[in-house]
Ligand binder design. Structure first.
Ligand SMILES: C[S@@+](CC[C@H](N)C(=O)[O-])C[C@H]1O[C@@H](n2cnc3c(N)ncnc32)[C@H](O)[C@@H]1O
Length: 291
């Protein structure tokens, strides 16, 4: 992260979700009506100049084939699992590295008893907070913003001070974040989730195989994405070998693991008008419940 600047990778994800909103509802892989409102000045400019926006999208697809499809699949996967968890009575939703994640506003019913904690790097969160204030005329009562740098701050005490209750059944979402963190920060966070949340709590996150992070994966989208995020000041730091993910999570206190890759999502969801949308298979999606 560049000091004092909101995450640029977060802005890119928001733009992908905002673009999906241009499709008719029935054709969308995922639906995030708040995404267009969260666009950064750069992407707002692209939206105002459709030809330049189209050229930019073409360039992203050429350099990183299937990346945008992978991001849409990830949001759809997490939306579906989150909706299922809300249906099973979670009481707290903690969005880690929230960026412009809008699930606290579009999936959680205000006044329905679920508390939402948005946890993010202070600079990214400040920009989001301003937009939420604009959209809702204030921070909705069920949402609490918790500024945290996972690599420096103590998540446990920050959340506790914000009113998080470790005895309640909770869902943690960690979308598009762990590859930007140190191994120690990933461990600390998983340790917190596994040991400081109520029975039946779980976490949903995505990861890249280690080969994407260390550059040994020679897929075009992997090489170019790795370079691009480094240039943005958010270099990849952390990956997991596919053959080690199960043991990795069990050792950290998780069971009931669902681990799928984005190509399974392509088969399941990208039909009809979306048949031709490329989805890179380098994303891995995980839903893990603690012991
Ligand atoms: C690619 S964005 C993902 C944002 C959002 N979850 C989404 O899927 O659109 C990465 C997010 O991780 C956050 N992040 C990166 N490093 C962080 C750190 N050390 N501490 C806290 N948040 C961090 C950024 O602020 C940003 O919101």
């Amino acid at each position: 992260m560049i000091a004092g600047r909101p995450s640029r990778t977060s802005e890119g994800n928001t733009a992908v979700r905002a673009r999906e909103m241009r499709k008719p509802a029935a054709d969308r892989i995922c639906s995030d009506p708040f995404a267009p409102h969260f666009l950064s000045p750069f992407f707002l400019q692209l939206r105002r100049h459709p030809l330049i926006g189209k050229a930019y999208g073409w360039l992203v697809d050429r350099r990183c084939p299937g990346l945008r499809g992978g991001i849409l699949a990830r949001t759809r996967y997490i939306d579906e699992r989150t909706t299922a968890c809300l249906g099973k009575g979670i009481e707290q939703l903690i969005v880690l590295g929230a960026g412009n994640d809008s699930r606290g506003y579009r999936l959680v019913e205000p006044g329905g008893g679920v508390r939402v904690f948005e946890v993010d790097h202070p600079a990214t969160q400040a920009a989001k907070r301003e937009k939420v204030m604009e959209l809702f005329g204030g921070i909705p009562a069920h949402v609490t913003f918790v500024p945290v740098d996972f690599c420096r701050d103590d998540l446990r005490s920050r959340l506790r001070e914000a009113g998080y209750d470790r005895d309640r059944k909770s869902l943690f979402i960690w979308e598009g974040v762990i590859y930007y963190l140190t191994a120690a920060a990933v461990d600390d966070t998983l340790n917190f989730v596994a040991h400081c949340s109520g029975d039946g709590s779980s976490i949903i996150f995505d990861y890249f195989p280690l080969s994407v992070i260390d550059g040994t994966c020679k897929r075009k989208e992997s090489i170019n994405m790795r370079r691009r995020v480094a240039r943005m000041g958010e270099p990849f730091l952390f990956g997991i070998r596919d053959e080690e993910i199960g043991q990795f999570l069990r050792e950290r206190g998780f069971q009931h693991l669902e681990i799928i890759d984005s190509s399974a999502c392509k088969d399941a969801w990208f039909h009809g008008v979306n048949e031709a949308v490329k989805v890179t298979d380098i994303f891995r999606f995980v839903h893990a419940t603690h012991y």
